[in-house]
Ligand binder design. Structure first.
Ligand SMILES: [Ca+2]
Length: 312
């Protein structure tokens, strides 16, 4: 009984830690920035994003027809929250206007994301990992912190067990293209909040403000599609092999990375990266059995069959 109460208390703490940022002030801010992105000439996806629209009244008591809100937001049995992002096209990689980049962030090229999908609002937490795997490999231990020090194989096992637990096949890692698509959220600048890194500390735990540790998800401001900690905190594992020259040959539609490789792709930078490593087009890599406190994950979900067509 006491264990159940402890879990309930923890769950409540998690909701308190993350809920208000999602449903209230941060979301209002996020929607405002999405509009700014469109006005600045970004592609349409930001405007079409199926992230929950701000509702009238108390955000924790949705009023009126539930269709849009319930369709857009999904919460699983572990309290993982997902928002739906639209199908769309974007320019992937560093642009000619960017002043700092790796050569392998070029050439900039158009990518089509052919189906809408769901993206985790936060990185996977240690509490969520523990519930599924019965262990916690993280260096910085706290249930609210993102899980890290996970190998690619252990993440594949986590996802298989999560799918089984939830009775679905929907959970998976993002592709590198999907990651940049939802990180940019319709923006074209090096950072989803603009050209300058001056405000990076408002959005990311990185070298200048992390105090050399990870932090609980959702404490900083979200990107235009309502996703927290996209830059920094833990760098996010992807399903692609890393290909240094992949951009010269990748297909336009739903690229999934090279067919083979020795290293896996990693995105977003971490608590130890500088401003350079926390840009939307920044590409990193790691060996699949690498266990370090900079590597974690964010999940995506395929939509139930038919829903992708309905949202086009
Ligand atoms: Ca991150």
């Amino acid at each position: 009984m006491s264990r159940i109460l402890t879990l309930l208390a923890l769950f409540s703490a998690m909701a308190l830690a993350t809920g208000p940022f999602y449903a209230g002030e941060a979301m209002g801010q996020a929607m405002g920035e999405a509009a700014a992105g469109v006005a600045a000439g970004a592609d349409a996806p930001a405007k079409a994003a199926a992230v929950p629209a701000p509702q009238g009244g108390a955000p924790d008591k949705p009023q009126g027809p539930p269709d849009r809100r319930q369709h857009a937001e999904f919460v699983n049995t572990l309290g993982m929250r997902f928002v739906q992002v639209p199908a769309g096209s974007f320019l992937m990689g560093a642009s000619d206007l960017d002043t700092e980049f790796y050569e392998h962030e070029k050439p900039q090229h158009r990518v089509d994301i052919s189906k809408p999908f769901r993206v985790g609002v936060l990185e996977v937490s240690q509490w969520q990992w523990q519930q599924v795997m019965g262990n916690n490999p993280s260096r910085f231990k706290d249930p609210l912190l993102p899980v890290e020090s996970v190998s690619y194989d252990s993440v594949m096992s986590f996802i298989a067990k999560l799918n089984e637990r939830e009775g679905t096949h929907a959970y998976r890692l993002p592709t590198e293209a999907e990651w940049e698509y939802f990180a940019r959220a319709g923006t074209m600048s090096p950072y989803f909040f603009g050209d300058s890194d001056a405000r990076l500390g408002d959005y990311a735990w990185y070298r200048a403000n992390s105090e050399r540790t990870t932090h609980p998800g959702g404490l900083l401001r979200a990107n235009p599609w309502g996703l927290h900690d996209v830059y920094g905190n833990v760098a996010e594992m992807l399903s692609d092999w890393f290909g240094l020259d992949y951009y010269t040959a990748s297909p336009q539609r739903d690229p999934k990375g090279p067919s083979e490789g020795k290293e896996r792709s990693l995105r977003g930078g971490s608590w130890t990266n500088t401003e350079f490593g926390n840009r939307s087009s920044y590409r990193d890599r790691y060996e699949p059995d690498y266990l370090e406190s900079v590597v974690g994950l964010r999940l995506v979900m395929d939509l139930p069959s038919g829903d992708d067509q309905a949202k086009r």
